[in-house]
Structures are given as structure tokens and as C-alpha cells.
Design a binder for this molecule. Structure first.
Ligand code: HMG
Ligand code: MG
Length: 300
């Protein structure tokens, strides 16, 4: 058994992009530095998207420039188009993530173009990324359900994922954007995707709206996945997926993995500190079940 699981910490991007208020630059920076010290090997810093669309992610390149960057950690920026990629390059970033969807309506709402048009935007970006030695990760949103279209055919999710992979993405993150899927449907979707993609290049990205994320990750582990995206304190959501709650809480993911015999490389107490910090900045309870139980025990 391959017993190491890669966690991509997306709280500073997927988490903070969905906050009503814009979090101060220094607080985003402190949060990111606490994540770095928690032992994550992959951290999404923010997005180079239109500040009119997602004002919360403004100044992400300055954030990238300012944070502690140990060599062994990979930091990425989410980019929707060439303009975003150029901004990431200028900041010196070595990894970007592009994003499209398995649902036409979601693509229109989120990135203002069709799925096909998103691929037209992406194509020239790969040459530029290659020239600058930049790795490109790819997200497919709505791999099971869409907030506008309902159920998405697993064949469609697999087709879009494969197209991103063939373009040159080194890893494909399958986004269960609205957190409505349960394990049987996730299995079906994964079986289609794993027919066309190598399992070690596929990541699970589960939101937890219906409380199914941990069950879906368990199913994904059964199907052979060893890469998962998560957000400290269960932060997150997409501004263009109304009602969807945060990503699976990283603390719960780490608990599941370590209890199941996997290694994560995460320093538990440093991770708890990062979660505590961002929950106090947001003046919100940490959404992790593990943290709630752990805190209750300490107060007992
Ligand atoms: P558009 O309006 O069609 O773009 O938006 P445009 O090319 O016509 O440009 C319009 C204006 O935006 C121009 O400015 C551009 O310069 C500017 P103006 O001349 O009007 O002042 N612009 C930019 N500014 C900064 N950075 C850029 C950029 N590009 C254009 N890169 C666009 C198209 C894609 C830009 C817009 O729709 C957008 O920014 N969308 C981002 C939406 C987003 O960030 N959503 C959340 C992330 S995805 C997610 O959460 C899902 C995920 O977690 C997986 C899952 O859970 O499913 C990944
Ligand atoms: Mg997401």
C-alpha cells in the first residue's frame, strides 16, 4: 500500500475567497505562514482572477511574494486566463491551477465562457508555462452535481478531466463543488475518470455541505486516490455556487488518514494553531468535528 497521502491545503484560496468581507493582507499572510509551519507540502496561496469578480483574492501575488517559502513546499496560484498566468509568472510563482467545469452553466457563471472556450483560453497558456518552468494543475468543477443543472453525467466529468490532462496538466483535481454527492455516486464518477486518467494524477476536492465529504474521501481512498484538497477549519465555498459550504476540514481529513494508517507529514499542534488563528480572525467556530471534540475534551 502506498501509505503517503498528499494534502493540498486550499483554505487560503477556496476558504477566504468565499468570505463576505475581505481579510486584511497581514492576516492572510500570517495565516499562510502558519500553514507553512504546519508541514503542508502543497499550499494554494490565492487567485489571480478579476478583482471585480472575487475581490477577496486581490493582492494574491503580493502575498505570494511576501510569504515564507521553504524549498520543499509547492505554492500555487489559481489562474483563469493568460492575464492571470502572466501575473503569477511576474510574482515568480512556479505552480498555477487552471479551472473549468463539467457543467456548461457553471462554467458560464464562474468564468464567463463555455467549457470549449475555456479550453481555447488554456491552450496558449501551456506554452508560456513551459517556457517558465511552471507546473499546471487542473480543476474540474461540478463533477457530480451542478447548482444550476443538477446531476452531471460521469462520462462528462471524465471527458473534461481527460481533456485537461491531455493539454498538459500534471494533476487533475475533481471538484465536488456543492457537497451534495454521496459515496455511491462518487464511486461511479471516479470509475469513469480512472478509466481515462492515471490514479496517481487524480485529486479529490470535496465540499462538505451535506456532511458527506469524509465518507466520499473514504470511498476515493478505496478507489486508489492518494491526493486530497482540504481547508483548515472547513473554510470555503465558491462565490458562484450559492449555498455550498466549505471544503472538508483539513483537521478531519488528517484524523481520518492517520487513523487509517496513512502518513501526512502534518504537525498536529501547528495545524491546530493555524486553524485557531483563522477562526479567530473570522470570529467563527472552527468547523472541524475533530477540533470541536478535541476542544471540548480539553475544557472538560
Ligand atoms: P470576463 O469579464 O469575461 O473577462 O471575466 P474579460 O477578459 O472580459 O476582462 C474583464 C475585466 O477583468 C478586464 O478589466 C480585465 O482586465 C480583467 P477592465 O478592463 O474591465 O478593468 N481581468 C483580470 N483581472 C485580473 N486578473 C485576471 C483577469 N482577467 C481579466 N486574470 C474572468 C472572465 C475569468 C476573468 C472572470 O470570470 C473571473 O475572474 N472569474 C473567476 C471566478 C472565480 O475565481 N471563482 C472561484 C474560483 S473556482 C472554485 O472555487 C472552484 C474550485 O474550488 C473547485 C470546486 O470546488 O469545484 C476550484
Ligand atoms: Mg472548491
Amino acid at each position: 500500500m502506498n501509505d503517503f497521502v498528499k494534502i493540498v491545503e486550499v483554505g487560503a484560496r477556496d476558504g477566504l475567497q468565499n468570505e463576505k468581507s475581505v481579510i486584511e493582507f497581514n492576516q492572510r499572510l500570517e495565516f499562510l505562514n502558519l500553514l507553512v509551519r504546519s508541514g503542508f507540502k502543497s499550499i494554494e496561496v490565492g487567485s489571480c482572477v478579476s478583482p471585480r469578480w472575487v475581490p477577496q483574492m486581490d493582492n494574491s501575488t503580493a502575498l505570494y511574494a511576501a510569504l515564507e517559502k521553504p524549498e520543499q513546499v509547492s505554492f500555487s496560484l489559481l489562474v483563469p486566463n493568460m492575464k492571470g498566468l502572466e501575473a503569477a509568472i511576474e510574482a515568480g510563482c512556479k505552480e498555477v491551477a487552471i479551472f473549468t467545469a463539467a457543467s456548461e452553466s457553471f462554467a458560464q457563471k464562474n468564468i464567463n465562457c463555455s467549457i470549449q472556450e475555456s479550453f481555447e483560453r488554456f491552450k496558449p497558456m501551456f506554452d508560456v508555462a513551459k517556457q517558465h518552468g511552471i507546473q499546471v494543475r487542473g480543476y474540474v468543477s461540478c463533477v457530480v452535481d451542478c447548482p444550476y443543472e443538477g446531476a452531471i453525467a460521469p462520462e462528462k466529468a471524465a471527458r473534461v478531466a481527460k481533456q485537461l490532462f491531455d493539454l498538459g496538466c500534471y494533476e487533475i483535481s475533481l471538484g465536488e463543488t456543492i457537497g451534495t454527492a454521496s459515496p455511491v455516486r462518487v464511486r461511479k464518477m471516479l470509475q469513469h475518470c480512472l478509466n481515462v486518467l492515471p490514479v496517481d494524477r487524480v485529486a479529490g476536492h470535496f465540499h462538505d455541505t451535506y456532511g458527506m465529504a469524509i465518507a466520499n474521501i473514504s470511498e476515493s481512498l478505496e478507489q486508489g486516490l492518494r491526493i486530497f484538497d482540504s481547508s483548515i477549519a472547513g473554510l470555503g465555498g465558491c462565490p458562484y455556487a450559492k449555498g455550498a459550504s466549505g471544503n472538508v476540514a483539513t483537521e478531519d481529513l488528517v484524523y481520518l488518514l492517520e487513523q487509517s494508517g496513512f502518513q501526512t507529514g502534518i504537525d498536529l499542534s501547528a495545524m491546530l494553531k493555524a486553524g485557531h488563528y483563522i477562526a479567530s480572525v473570522l470570529q467563527r467556530e472552527n468547523q472541524s468535528h475533530f477540533v470541536k471534540a478535541h476542544t471540548a475534551k480539553l475544557l472538560d
